[in-house]
Design a protein around this ligand. Structure first.
Ligand code: FE
Length: 198
């Protein structure tokens, strides 16, 4: 259970809670990108699904930036909403309801950008201007040692794929499904992790 101040989150309520965040906060600007935060995450899920990914990866793409809204969860101070920590904060709020594969894709999506910049010469050229700018704040491309360390994660390939759906999800005027379309999928992942609901 997670105390959000006004309500207690459980496997039965977490999906509605996430839907509420998309509804109420999703219209917020994604700094420097031509999409809102909700559009960005829904586009990430859209591209994951279009690529034929398993539901768990679609869900990871859908929730990868939820850390921008951790103040909603009540257990974090406003300071935690700062962009430089959003990936860790997001993984922490999700980890009691979602498996490690999902939280790793969330936790390491910024690391994956730094990894791809170090290992794929063409990748940097495909990043948006805002993403190149934040790369510098995030530590720039990984060092050779960091690359070796990153590749030790058993979920490395999935983390990188979610990163690519994240990068793709910055398109103006792309119509996607709403959160409600993905809600049953999200619930299945929660139920599988939490042992099913009553
Ligand atoms: Fe993102």
């Amino acid at each position: 259970m997670s105390d959000t101040g006004s309500q207690t989150l459980s496997p039965e309520t977490i999906v509605d809670f996430l839907a509420g965040i998309f509804d109420r906060r999703g219209g917020e600007e994604y700094l420097g990108e031509p999409v809102t935060m909700a559009e960005h995450m829904l586009q990430g899920a859209h591209f994951a699904e279009q690529a034929g990914e398993a539901e768990i990866i679609v869900v990871a793409a859908l929730l990868h930036d939820i850390g921008h809204f951790t103040s909603e969860f009540g257990t974090f101070s406003m300071d935690d909403v700062e962009d430089r920590h959003h990936e860790e904060a997001g993984a922490r709020v999700l980890e009691q309801f979602f498996p490690t594969l999902v939280t790793d894709c969330v936790r390491y999506h910024v690391a994956a950008k730094r990894y791809l910049c170090a290992t794929d010469p063409a990748y940097l050229g495909k990043l948006s201007a805002a993403s190149v700018h934040s790369l510098n704040l995030q530590g720039g491309p990984m060092s050779a040692d960091e690359v070796v360390e990153f590749e030790k994660n058993g979920n490395c390939e999935e983390i990188v794929r979610v990163r690519l759906y994240d990068d793709a999800g910055k398109q103006a005027d792309l119509t996607t499904q709403p959160f409600s379309y993905y809600a049953p999928m999200v619930q299945r992942i929660v139920d599988a992790h939490c042992g099913g609901t009553a």
